[in-house]
Design a protein around this ligand. Structure first.
Ligand code: BGC
Length: 715
């Protein structure tokens, strides 16, 4: 359809029909199963007519069901407008990939794009049109359970991966490529900065921090063409995002030029009442429509009050018409007017979903995402070594993570299953092992196995419910029972490798005595194969942290790109009156960008070719040499520091990275090009520009261990 025809369609619609387009209802409303049609998910006091007309739906699954829902919807719709079927496909549909924080640790945009393309393919064949992903909220506080949904603490890495995800979901021809879905970037804005790491909590951020750190990820996703934006639950500097005109009209629409659909988060329009900025649903509807929120998810402020607000002249009908046009444009961009069932295909579904090829992709991503945090020459294991595999996560299939809607735990590969393929002398217990309160029999068996073994793999972790939405924690250590188990094992065998499944950076100080620590995150359907292959050396670990691990929760929020203070600790470490703690270090236990391999890579000869001007870029290069006998993939990271600026600048900012494969003994030169635009930051007037003067350039394998040189920006 042409834009003009869409415009005509809006003109033919009654006021009620237009308002109904703005309502999004959950799948239960459209179910033909009696048991699903009762309960809070399907009871908002709506008439059947409104339910029939609601413009979009969330959470329908399966091609057969999607086709049925669309058919009935269109048959009930006077103008035969199709509905859009949306859902949360966050890190895989049925084939589950590692959680996004782990995807961040791959530092591999092509692999992340592949994850999104596979997810889109599975979702599209089962009839979905839109995914509520990527979530690009920058995160600095591991107490917040939703850090697992983000790709981490760095705006540059987040932006690269946000773009990769949008491209993977949407492809380059969304209308005609039926194996793609539209992407909804969320949660606008700054949801990741919830105070105290408590979910849904207020956000208080300077405009500089907002613009420099938090907004770039969303903007990058929009530049890659994301079709929708979701509002966030939080208030930002005292104004809830979902009713925040400045955020949506001034920044998102005017400044970023976004003309797609804005959808509220679940119930977020009505929550303006609880926030205390609206006295009732009517005022909440007014605030949201004026802010430019097009779709109301699962509450009925628009449905109940928009007509009244328009009829009494409080809200201009033009605002409604614009919202409807944007929703119809999205339907048109998805090709739904011509092809309302899009990719839904009952026969293909069985072939495509959870295919061998997709599982292979999930394994590849999981392998790349696992981070080796510590290794005192105990890994990799040898197949003939006598290894005891112990602990609550050893045989656990709870490895998909909190956002794996269609994922089946029973299809997930446990570490025990993965290990059986690779070890000829594995010692496995028979007793079931609880994460929080293991039975005495399980502990006894574990100790007996450890005593017999040369080495012990102690498989620990959080359960998947311990991170994700509404899963904040004030204590980010592992459960006490797991710590006690480690201590007991230490008495009988000191050769312990700890593996961890989890959704957030943890305080791992209880495991300082472990000989190795392997961070496996929630690795997805193929996690056990990927982790076992790392442990037994079939894969050389290559993951690098996308978020810092603190020494203790007391350091939180902790992140690598901090600003300098007037009394930096490093300038006088023995002084009292410098910026430090009395009882712990200033630094992360495992910093951003950190991750070991089984190889040794040396960095030498950092060279810069010339000064930088606005017309001529600078090229920096470094030599990296694999001095080990194993092939390795090394992630070379380039950081800068602006030494004198109008505003205090971070001590390090990631500006480029490259993953390079190095054969044993091989040396390569890795270069990066920096432009004047890479040196820009948000000045006191909130504008992005650079300052001439002195800069540092740093390169290395992580944000801590860096070679440093200097350069200048001249006019
Ligand atoms: C979450 C969103 C999600 C939505 C729909 C909300 O609770 O905050 O991230 O997309 O539900 O499921």
């Amino acid at each position: 359809m042409k834009q003009e025809q869409l415009q005509n369609l809006v003109e033919q619609m009654t006021l009620e029909e237009k308002i109904d387009q703005l309502l999004q209802l959950a799948a239960a409303f459209y179910s033909d199963k009696a048991e699903e049609k009762t309960g809070p998910m399907s009871d908002l006091g709506l008439t059947q007519e409104t339910i029939n007309q609601a413009g979009t739906t969330l959470g329908v699954s399966g091609a057969k069901e999607a086709i049925r829902v669309q058919k009935e919807y269109m048959a009930n719709n006077r103008l035969h407008i199709p509905t859009i079927l949306m859902a949360d496909i966050i890190h895989g549909f049925r084939t589950i990939f590692p959680i996004p924080l782990a995807l961040g640790c791959t530092w591999d945009a092509a692999a992340v794009e592949k994850m999104a393309a596979v997810s889109a393919k599975e979702a599209a064949v089962s009839g979905l049109h839109v995914t509520f992903s990527p979530m690009v909220d920058l995160v600095r506080d591991p107490r917040w359970g939703r850090v697992m949904e983000s790709t981490g603490e760095d705006p540059f890495l987040n932006s690269q991966l946000a773009q990769a995800m949008v491209l993977g979901y949407q492809g380059t021809d969304l209308k005609n490529d039926l194996s793609r879905v539209a992407a909804c970037v969320k949660h606008f804005a700054a949801y990741g900065a919830a105070l105290s790491g408590r979910d849904y909590n207020s956000v208080d951020l300077s405009e500089q921090q907002l613009r420099e750190q938090y907004l770039p990820g969303y903007r990058a996703a929009l530049e890659a063409g994301a079709k929708l934006v979701m509002t966030s639950f939080n208030s930002l500097n005292g104004v809830p995002a979902t009713g925040n005109k400045w955020l949506f009209r001034d920044i998102l629409r005017k400044e970023f030029g976004f003309d797609g659909v804005v959808i509220s988060d679940w119930g977020a329009i009505q929550e303006l009442i609880a926030h205390g900025v609206a006295k009732d649903k009517k005022q909440a509807a007014q605030l949201a429509i004026e802010a430019g929120v097009d779709i109301e998810m699962m509450t009925t402020c628009y449905t109940d009050y928009l007509a009244e607000l328009i009829q009494e002249g409080t809200v201009d009908e033009q605002l409604l018409d614009e919202a409807v046009l944007r929703i119809l444009t999205l339907k048109n961009d998805l090709g739904l007017f011509e092809n309302p069932h899009r990719g839904a295909n009952v026969e293909e579904e069985a072939r495509v979903i959870f295919s061998e090829e997709h599982q292979q992709a999930a394994k590849d991503l999981a392998t790349k995402a696992i981070v080796l945090l510590k290794n005192e020459a105990i890994l990799p294991l040898k197949s003939e070594e006598n290894v005891a595999l112990i602990g609550p996560a050893a045989a656990s299939q709870d490895i998909l993570g909190a956002w794996s809607w269609q994922g089946q735990k029973t299809e997930a590969i446990s570490l025990a299953e993965g290990a059986k393929n690779l070890s000829s002398s594995l010692l496995l217990g028979k007793e079931p092992f609880d994460y929080f309160a293991p039975s005495e029999a399980a502990i006894k068996e574990a100790l007996a196995l450890a005593e017999k073994a040369d080495k012990v793999i102690l498989a620990l972790g959080e359960t998947s419910e311990m991170s994700g939405e509404a899963a904040s924690r004030s204590d980010i250590r592992l459960p006490e029972a797991q710590i006690q188990l480690f201590q007991a094992l230490q008495q009988v065998n000191k050769e312990i490798i700890v593996t961890v499944y989890n959704g957030r950076p943890l305080d791992l100080s209880d495991f300082n005595q472990a000989k190795a620590i392997v961070e496996a995150w929630f690795p997805g359907s193929q996690g056990g194969h990927a982790l076992a292959e790392i442990l037994w050396g079939n894969s050389n670990p290559s993951g690098r942290l996308s978020m810092s691990f603190p020494e203790t929760v007391g350091q939180v929020p902790i992140y690598y790109n901090v600003e300098n203070t007037g009394r930096p600790y490093e300038s006088a470490p023995d002084e009292k009156y410098v910026s430090k703690y009395l009882d712990t270090s200033n630094y992360a236990k495992y910093p951003f960008g950190f991750g070991l391999t089984y190889s040794q890579v040396d960095y030498t000869e950092l060279v810069i070719n010339q000064s930088l001007t606005s017309a001529t870029p600078l090229t920096a290069s470094v030599k990296v040499k694999n001095t080990s006998s194993l092939p390795v993939v090394e992630t070379v990271q380039f950081y800068i520091r602006d030494l004198v600026a109008e505003r205090v600048r971070p001590i390090k900012e990631l500006k480029a990275f490259e993953k390079v494969s190095l054969a044993p003994g091989e040396e390569k030169t890795v270069s990066c090009e920096l432009n004047e635009a890479d040196l820009r930051y948000v000045h006191i007037d909130n504008q992005w520009r650079s300052d001439t003067g002195d800069f540092q350039l740093m390169v290395g394998p992580n944000s801590r261990d860096l070679l440093t040189t200097t350069f200048q920006l001249i006019e």
